[in-house]
Ligand binder design. Structure first.
Ligand SMILES: *Cc1c(COP(=O)(O)O)cnc(C)c1O
Length: 446
């Protein structure tokens, strides 16, 4: 007999945003990635934190806050001990909140191993996957196609995680040297394949492999793209952390989020709906401006993406829009109440990097600079002087060529990247041919 109440007490269910595929458990949602109907999984309901809980966060550190939030989402599926271990291993780097100008703070999300905020989600998801897949006799093969940044964050996130192999498909000659080194020097359970082809070819191969019946009958395969719910939830943690650090400041925090696929912003909105007081979100975008146009007109019109300095935000059809839309009840008016959004050009972005460096000595990367511009515009329109936080999603040293163009000179190489030069590169070259990738996979699994 089906007893919905009992199911709710025992496990949290995850629903597809398309509402056609049946709800699944956390294990299925994380191991699957996208739902079979093409939608994205969302928890059946968000936790609710009362104001006493939120106030108490100011006495806690980053790991403690992360653990509290993670427990609220996952405690019905994962024991507290295990969850504490996952949080501890995933978030083993600091997230400084740096006051750049009076009332304006940079939330530096880039102190993880690949120096971009995607480390946070990737590291948490990998350990969550490993736990959910425990006690299986065959390894889990994670297939990821990359144009650079995602592959390095995922590869690093899964490095030496038990029971999992990662196969990274990257296009020959089309990723930067730094990105390639971040993928090819890890070794162990990370298997980089340099594909004779473009990024789209890599994606095509990944899709082909994931759908291959024969392969699926012999191996366990999954993907690790940015829409996995296991990557989204940990991105809520740092909103609580940053707000808790600034409780003593009058006025609620404004968060400006440099947005591409809108996972980061969606996580912030989830935090707000779970009880975090937020004055306003700013979705700061480059000239790929589908979202601010949607806020202005109520019409969501995907477009082809255009290359910019803030390349990780060059997205013409943000994949997490479906989740945001669900959280907002599908009503543009609800979006407008919580979120403002503006688009900025490369010229404005470069100018912001130079101005802030000259005025304060603080060097922003092009993505963070777009978010900075969002805060400037907000303050100009509203006169607000309370706490304003922009999310710094990558270290500027990740983009040395662009930084050189913007500043004339940029030479800093962080220790993480210096070490890459000494490490040995190992990768396998494959033609643009699913058969070759299949043979490779069967080879490493036998
Ligand atoms: C991925 C990325 C973004 C965009 O984040 P979304 O969650 O896709 O909106 C912004 N900045 C950097 C550096 C990124 O790598």
């Amino acid at each position: 007999m089906y007893c919905p109440l009992l199911v709710m007490i025992v496990k949290m269910l995850y629903y597809s945003t398309k509402g056609i595929a049946p709800p699944v458990t956390l294990r299925e949602a994380v191991l699957r990635g996208p739902a079979p109907d093409g939608g994205l999984y969302m928890p059946e309901r968000l936790p609710h934190f009362d104001s006493a809980f939120i106030r108490a966060l100011s006495g806690k550190n980053l790991k403690e806050i992360s653990f509290e939030i993670a427990s609220a989402f996952f405690a019905r599926d994962i024991s507290r001990d295990v969850l504490e271990g996952i949080v501890g291993q995933a978030i083993d780097f600091p997230i400084p909140l740096v006051e750049v100008q009076p009332g304006v703070y940079s939330l530096e999300l880039y102190h993880g191993p690949t120096m971009a905020f995607k480390d946070m989600g990737a590291r948490f998801m990998s350990r969550l996957m490993s736990f959910l897949y425990r006690n299986m006799d065959k390894p889990l093969n994670v297939i990821v196609a990359t144009s650079g940044d995602t592959g390095s964050a995922v590869a690093s996130g899964f490095h030496e995680v038990e029971g999992i192999n990662v196969i990274v498909l990257f296009p020959k000659g089309r990723v930067s040297r730094l990105q390639r080194l971040q993928i090819t020097t890890l070794g162990r359970n990370i298997h980089p394949l340099e594909v004779e082809g473009s990024f789209d070819d890599c994606q095509g191969l990944a899709r082909n492999i994931l759908a291959d019946k024969e392969l699926n009958s012999q191996l366990t395969l999954t993907s690790a793209n940015s829409i996995n719910i296991g990557r989204l939830v940990p991105q809520c943690f740092y909103y609580f952390y940053a707000a808790a650090r600034l409780w003593d400041k009058p006025g609620g925090p404004v968060f400006s989020v440099p947005s591409g696929n809108f996972g980061n912003l969606t996580a912030g909105v989830m935090a707000m709906l779970a009880g975090l007081p937020v004055r306003k979100f700013i979705a700061a975008v480059n000239i790929n401006d589908v979202f601010p146009k949607f806020l202005a007109t109520g019409q969501y019109k995907p477009a082809a993406s255009v290359p910019t300095y803030s390349s990780a935000m060059d997205v013409g059809d943000p994949s997490n829009f479906a989740r945001l839309n669900m959280l907002m009840g599908g009503l543009p008016a609800n979006f407008r109440e919580s979120i403002m959004s503006w688009s900025f050009t490369d010229g404005q972005t470069a100018d912001a990097v130079r101005r802030v460096a000259n005025d304060t000595g603080y060097v922003m990367d092009p993505h963070g600079a777009v978010a900075w511009l969002g805060l400037e515009k907000y303050a100009g329109l509203t006169g607000y002087t309370g706490p304003r936080i922009f999310l710094e999603t990558a270290h500027p040293a990740k983009f040395p060529e662009t930084m050189k163009v913007i500043l004339g000179k940029y030479e800093y190489v962080p220790p993480q990247f210096m070490m890459l030069d000494e490490a040995e590169e190992k990768f396998t070259q494959v033609p643009y041919d699913a058969g070759a990738v299949k043979d490779y996979l069967l080879g490493i699994s036998s």
